[in-house]
Design a protein around this ligand. Structure first.
Ligand code: ATP
Ligand code: MG
Length: 449
């Protein structure tokens, strides 16, 4: 056992786990996916330990439907692969086995150890307190203690259907308490700063209170997010904002000062807020997204990020139009390019979402042109529906003209004759302010884009 200095977070003494036998808990095989059960049974038949762990157990105990099922085992990844034909090994930082059943993937992780050591044979590696590699295998107890929150460290043992709790997770689950494992929360956040975002995520998603000792460091450690790869932050933010509680996630991120590290341009715009609408816009947008998720409707990350970054884009766009006399298409192109360029190194938005996000923005000025053939062309634009929904949100927040939004609502519902009449009326709508044009007209007016 390694020496323990007084900052070591995790008790090294083997605590007797709390074992709850099957009759005394409500996790039932009837609620576990068939494929996850297959994986558990097959591992057991092959002579290995096999447990359901993490969010699956937590959600079943809370009476929620789990999103997915994670399995923990003492089998090494290569041994897991020998048991399942439909298995792929993935990951460098954490080596995992993915067992594929059509679209469902059951993730199988080998028990990890070394929560205390700073480096175990090069398998677990810390840099400035941050875990950069974590492939040291261990016992189930070690595996439990290196997980993030106590409620995420509960095991459902397929051998006897009991629950195993090494970290006090069952009591925290009953109390609605979100608590990091160990007695040094700051060290746990430093090991992996993404745990701060996970704290916000689980607090929102489960409606839990963050344990005060785990909450305090959140106000101070936001800067650690700078060291996290931008692609990982994107993945984590998607989970955070697309769990149906995006509005409360946004409010909590701002409360803890985490938001400004993730979306500095947006935070700057919100902090300088002169009228209420920027905040109202983001809040309404997230509320709308939450509602769609609760109703089982699809939500695209493009729309979500279009909402989160709109305010800095809009301000820059307006400045380019008002102060530099730039045409709307060009101004929107430049403004969105600049905002994306500052955002990308922090939270990198993959192209498949970034391009449609920019289209939603670029269509905003085009939606102001309600004459000629243009509205027909816009209707058939693949991003029209999203851009129109976006315009509705802007109008609701008091930023865009509600009459314009109403015009588009009517135009979509109208028949051919009514549309023609509307276009005549629409031609009278004037394009928004175009002042102090400093430069000679660079390009003809920008209907096309
Ligand atoms: P969800 O319902 O969102 O899937 P989850 O708790 O299952 O929630 P996952 O990201 O699927 O979250 O992770 C599975 C488990 O792995 C967690 O429950 C936790 O035990 C462990 N884990 C995940 N991320 C971390 C982390 N950053 N540090 C420590 N343990 C982690
Ligand atoms: Mg999970």
């Amino acid at each position: 056992m390694p020496d323990q200095d007084n900052t070591s977070p995790i008790p090294t003494t083997a605590l007797a786990p709390l074992i709850v036998p099957r009759p005394d808990h409500q996790v039932s095989r009837a609620n576990i996916s068939e494929n996850a059960l297959k994986v558990l049974y097959r591992l057991k038949q092959a002579g290995f330990q096999a447990h359901l762990v993490g969010g699956g157990v937590r959600d079943l105990l809370l009476g929620h439907e789990p999103k997915d099922f994670d399995v923990a085992t003492d089998a090494r990844p290569e041994q897991v692969r020998e048991v399942f034909r439909n298995c792929r090994l993935i990951g460098r930082r954490f080596r995992l086995a993915h067992v594929h059943f059509g679209r469902e993937i059951v993730e199988v992780a080998t028990f990890r150890g070394g929560a205390l050591e700073d480096d175990v044979d090069g398998d677990r590696c810390l840099e400035n307190g941050r875990i950069v590699r974590d492939n040291a295998y261990g016992t189930i107890e070690e595996d439990a203690l290196r997980r993030d929150f106590t409620i995420n460290a509960l095991y459902y043992n397929i051998a006897d259907f009991s629950l195993i709790d090494y970290a006090g997770g069952l009591a925290d689950l009953r109390a609605g308490n979100l608590r990091l494992i160990g007695d040094d929360p700051e060290r746990r956040y430093r090991e992996d700063p993404v745990r701060m975002l996970r704290a916000v995520r689980f607090a929102c998603k489960l409606g839990f209170r963050v344990d005060p000792a785990c909450e305090r460091p959140l106000f101070e450690l936001a800067g650690l997010l700078r060291d996290i790869p931008a692609a990982r932050l994107f993945d984590e933010l998607l989970k955070l904002f697309l769990a149906g509680t995006g509005l409360s996630a946004f409010e909590k991120l701002r409360h803890y000062g985490l938001f400004e590290y993730l979306f500095p341009a947006t935070e700057a715009a919100l902090a300088r807020e002169e009228q209420a609408f920027p905040l109202t816009f983001v809040a309404r947008g997230l509320e709308n997204t939450d509602r769609r998720i609760q109703e089982g409707k699809p939500v695209t990350p493009a729309f979500l990020f279009a909402i989160l970054l709109w305010e800095p884009v809009r301000r820059r766009f307006q400045a380019l139009v008002d102060e530099e006399g730039m045409g709307a298409t060009e101004a929107m192109y430049l403004a969105s390019g600049e905002v994306c360029a500052t955002q990308q190194p922090l939270v990198s938005i993959p192209k498949r979402f970034g391009l449609p996000m920019r289209e939603i923005w670029s269509l905003q000025p085009r939606l102001e042109q309600c004459d000629g053939k243009r509205p027909y062309r816009l209707l058939s634009h693949p991003r029209f529906r999203a851009a129109y929904d976006f315009l509705l949100l802007r109008a609701e927040a008091g930023e865009a003209d509600p009459q314009l939004a109403a015009w588009w609502t009517r135009f979509q519902q109208a028949d051919g004759e009514e549309r023609a009449q509307m276009l005549e009326g629409g031609a009278k709508r004037r394009r928004p302010r175009r002042r102090r044009r400093k430069r000679p007209a660079a390009a003809p007016d920008d209907g096309g884009g």
